[in-house]
Design a protein around this ligand. Structure first.
Ligand code: GLV
Length: 324
């Protein structure tokens, strides 16, 4: 590294194991106490940095790169999604961008299935009933939900997470259909017995639609009022990718007027805000962006991000760069 040990800015607290990886190659700075930096604070901290470890809440754009200056060589996000990063702006300056695919696949698929069970079996609603001390008694028609066996799961984006969700669904006796930018490899289709469909075909066929595509200009509001109207009135929508893939206002209306039966949401269009029309509905299971939030997974993600930074600063190939 030219001109000293180098400096890496880490925007949010990461586990010690990941800090140790960074300390092998650079001095490490992070905000004390741990907090989300304003853009102004972030830019001030970046001045002269060789690398940065960021989260999905940090805007990484021309201004970010300008603030860091010409030493900047790598930005690693502790996330698989990188819609907050202007990749061409960074790579155009010779800065490597890296993310953390693979290590959060199972945790995110688990959470997706948790939301599915929560909304179809009315777990949140039942818990709210008990906690509100509302009188109740068992009877045969009490709080009936919807079973999953024999139902069709439509996966939008059969990447690593989509496949992991589909595997869980197979164990629950569900049929799999999918749509995406390209057809899945034959062995993946065979393993999951998964049938490719157009988005329209998938929306019309599926009992559960689960979103696993990245947020891009093409997928922003992919699920809008028309898409919701194309779903079965008995169907459920799951979103564990990025909020803006769904038009949240249209979803709130669709849930209120019975266009679809329910939704399970881990992500929101304007996080941390949640559309009030969703908060007041019992047929929505909600989680505050917890897809990868396990100790094991977050440690693996942060360590992988640190390994990406360390590799670039050492002049070697990073394990998981964003390829564009
Ligand atoms: C989380 O949302 C991620 O993209 O890793």
């Amino acid at each position: 590294m030219a001109g000293g040990p180098g400096r890496v800015v880490v925007t949010r607290r990461i586990p010690d194991a990941a800090v140790d990886v960074l300390r092998e190659v650079a001095d490490v700075w992070w905000p004390e106490p741990d907090r989300q930096l304003t853009v102004g604070e972030l830019h001030a901290a970046l001045d002269g940095a060789d690398g940065a470890v960021v989260t999905l809440r940090d805007p990484v754009d021309e201004a970010f790169a300008d603030a860091a200056g010409e030493r900047l060589r790598v930005v690693a996000t502790v996330a698989v999604g990188y819609d907050n990063i202007d990749v061409p702006a960074l790579t155009g300056r010779g800065v490597t961008v890296a993310h953390t695919p693979g290590v959060l696949t199972e945790a995110t698929a688990d959470l997706t299935f948790g939301l599915l069970l929560s909304v179809t079996r009315r777990l949140g609603e039942g818990e709210r009933l008990l906690r509100s001390r509302t009188p109740w008694e068992f009877h045969l028609g009490f709080m009936l939900g919807t079973g999953l066996q024999g139902k069709t799961l439509g996966i939008v984006g059969l990447g690593q997470i989509g496949r992991a969700v589909a595997r869980r669904a197979r164990a629950f006796g569900m049929e799999i259909v999918y749509t995406g930018r390209r057809r899945a490899p034959a062995d993946v289709e065979a393993e999951l017995d998964a049938r490719p469909l157009s988005l329209d075909g998938l929306l019309a066929t599926s009992d559960v639609v689960s979103l696993h595509c990245p947020l891009t200009a093409e997928t922003r509001h992919l699920i809008d009022a028309d898409a919701l109207a194309a779903m079965k009135p008995t169907a459920f929508l799951l979103n564990t990718t990025r909020g803006p893939v769904v038009d949240e206002g249209a979803l709130a209306r669709a849930l209120a007027d019975g266009t679809i039966a329910g939704a399970g949401l881990d992500v929101f269009e304007r996080e941390p805000e949640v559309h009030p029309g969703l908060l007041e509905r019992d047929n929505v299971a909600l989680a505050p962006h917890l897809g990868s939030a396990t100790v094991e997974t977050r440690t693996a993600m942060a360590t992988l991000a640190a390994r990406n930074v360390a590799a670039v600063l050492r002049g070697t190939t990073p394990p998981t760069p964003v390829r564009k």
